[in-house]
Design a protein around this ligand. Structure first.
Ligand SMILES: [Zn+2]
Length: 128
């Protein structure tokens, strides 16, 4: 038994053990990762007379924008095509890590909230 399991209110089932082992193994294969999100899209500018406001519009871009939070402020950086090619796997890695962590937390939540958790004072109630 791992040390972490002593902190749990219920003993993990075989399936939960297996799910955790799989997630931990995948987390163990983590690689370099970039925070934030990468969005590649065309856009309109602020000039009403510009071709991007015509019908049909001739949009600017596409531009690759890397958006992330720094000290609670959203910071955006434009990336070159070369940077997009280099960084995209790093965004994918981060996305995968977030998903694995969310899965692990969900799994643990299910155990903490398990309805099968015995009442804390059952032994006292049984005596009366
Ligand atoms: Zn424009």
């Amino acid at each position: 038994m791992n040390a972490g399991e002593e902190m749990l209110p219920v003993t993990p089932t075989r399936a939960q053990q297996a799910a955790k082992a799989r997630l931990v193994k995948e987390l163990g294969e983590a690689d370099f990762a970039l925070p934030g999100s990468l969005v590649v899209e065309s856009q309109r500018c602020g000039k009403p007379s510009c071709a991007c406001h015509h019908d049909p519009p001739k949009l600017h871009g596409p531009y690759a924008r890397w958006t992330r939070k720094i000290d609670n402020k959203t910071v955006t950086r434009l990336l070159t095509d070369e940077e997009v090619a280099q960084y995209r796997p790093l965004f994918e890695n981060a996305k995968r890590l977030r998903r694995l962590l969310a899965d692990l937390q969900q799994l643990t939540m299910e155990m903490v909230d398990a309805p099968s958790t015995p009442p804390r004072h059952r032994s006292q109630a049984d005596r009366t």
